[in-house]
Design a protein around this ligand. Structure first.
Ligand code: TMP
Length: 208
């Protein structure tokens, strides 16, 4: 059965305000009397939330391939149990992170070859792609500055990783610009929401 709903994903680095904007987009569509559901990855199912716990709480470093498999396992459950059934029921499905996080973090960040990332992703998604994706763009340096001034050694080491992730997102966007809304995450929150909603309305008209 073909999907009838609209699948919107939010992407970006750490601490860029994705979750706030996802909630605001959900409220906007709810006020417009649309059927809408807000999800996050990893998460959404019991298995997905357990994967989130494993990744968040582990004290030992996880091998990049293990990370890839964990995110993908959670995604498979999420798609089968929640995302696809809602798309079939004509919902606007908003998901805080999806496959572009895997390409940006596990390929561009962790350097797993793209061939492997794509194969595992295909296995998990069976080809499901977002209709529209939103990148909230902010340098990791700026995101972390919001928290404190001085970076410790580990944060400095991590800097290159986060720069690679952001470069990765921009490379993905260059390959498929029509799917993306890119917004400067340094702008005031309300302005970001307005920019996103205006662009979403425009893009949704083209899809429907
Ligand atoms: P967040 O919920 O705060 O965005 O955190 C999720 C973390 O998991 C974030 O560091 C990005 C990472 N992640 C990946 O590395 N690959 C993925 O496929 C997904 C969904 C998340």
């Amino acid at each position: 059965m073909a999907n009838k709903g609209i699948f919107i994903t939010l992407e970006g680095g750490e601490g860029v305000g994705k979750t706030t904007q996802a909630q605001r987009i959900e409220s906007y569509f709810t006020k417009m009397n649309k059927k809408v559901i807000l999800l996050r990855e990893p998460g959404g199912t019991k298995t997905g939330e357990k994967v989130r716990e494993i990744i968040r709480e582990t004290k030992e470093p996880i091998a990049p391939i293990t990370e890839l498999l964990l995110f993908s396992a959670a995604r498979k459950e999420h798609i089968e149990k929640i995302i696809t059934p809602h798309l079939h029921k004509n919902y606007i499905v908003i998901c805080d992170r999806f496959i572009d996080s895997t390409v940006a973090y596990q390929h561009y960040g962790r350097k797993i070859p793209i061939r492997i990332v794509k194969e595992i992703t295909q296995l998990a998604t069976d080809g499901l792609q977002p209709d529209i994706s939103i990148l909230l763009e902010m340098k990791f340096q700026d995101a972390i500055k919001r928290k404190k001034e001085e970076l410790d050694y580990l944060e400095k080491t991590a800097m290159q990783f986060h720069e690679d992730v952001l470069k990765g997102y921009n490379t993905i966007i260059k390959k498929e610009p029509k799917r993306w809304i890119k917004v400067d995450a340094n702008l005031p929150k309300d302005l970001i929401t307005t920019i996103i909603i205006n662009k979403l309305e425009e893009m949704i008209k083209k899809i429907q």
